[in-house]
Design a protein around this ligand. Structure first.
Ligand code: URA
Length: 229
């Protein structure tokens, strides 16, 4: 498809050491949705709600919603920005050129698309791929929180600046968010460069590889800790 398979040649150790604990400043308060729902949430209910969503103006420009795809019990929840043209057409996340690179990057650390769950901050494509607006993020993030609660992933990969800022509620540059374990509703979050950025800036691929190694290391450390506890 015109994309080189992403195979790292050198495994470079992550520059920053693993922090002993998750950074407390980015912890978020649990979603208010839980309180407003009397019966337990289900995947089917959530999917139907997303499909029929009219909470923001993107409902009038989308071809279809992009709920997310992959393993509903995944250890890894991969969160990007918003559907692009291909995703809007196909109803699936990360199926365009950037998505293919992300798929190769995940494969390089031993993860297939079927093993992870991929979603976006927004379920609908913003016109001309413009940045998401604050109100769009606010509405759509509630769906994402419900997905997180249903999946119960061990780790979240925040792919790119927009996803990282929306999840962590910060405006810090991506470069300073890398290499740290953040948290979203008590799930560890690792920030990685967006594959669309990597396609434009190939030298940064080495950093993306370090970020993914760091994420994998974080999961392994958590698993080892839970064995000891
Ligand atoms: N495709 C997606 O689904 N999300 C992105 O962030 C980019 C491309």
């Amino acid at each position: 498809m015109g994309i080189n398979v992403w195979i790292p040649r050198v495994i470079t150790p992550v520059e920053q050491p693993l922090p002993a604990a998750i950074e407390p400043e980015n912890q978020m308060i649990a979603s208010p949705i839980e309180d407003s729902q009397s019966s337990p949430d289900t995947w089917d209910n959530l999917k139907a709600e997303v499909q029929n969503c009219t909470l923001c103006g993107l409902c009038s420009t989308r071809t279809q919603t992009v709920f997310g795809a992959g393993n509903q019990h995944a250890d890894w929840l991969v969160i990007g920005e918003a559907p692009g043209e291909q995703e809007d057409k196909q109803g699936l996340p990360f199926v365009g050129v950037a998505g293919q690179l992300l798929t190769e990057m995940l494969r390089a650390i031993g993860l297939s698309r079927e093993q992870v769950f991929m979603a976006n901050i927004l379920k609908c494509r913003p016109p001309n791929n413009r940045d998401p607006h604050v109100d769009e993020i606010k509405h759509c993030k509630e769906y994402l929180q419900r997905q997180q609660q249903l999946i119960q992933p061990k780790i979240i990969l925040a792919v790119g600046r927009i996803a990282a800022h929306a999840l962590l509620e910060t405006n810090e540059p991506l470069a300073s968010l890398r290499g740290k374990v953040h948290s979203f509703n008590n799930t560890p979050v690792i920030v990685v460069y967006h594959p669309a950025y990597l396609l434009r800036s190939l030298p940064e691929k080495r950093k993306a590889w370090q970020d993914l190694q760091f994420a994998k290391h974080t999961v392994i450390t958590m698993e080892q800790q839970s064995c000891v506890d």
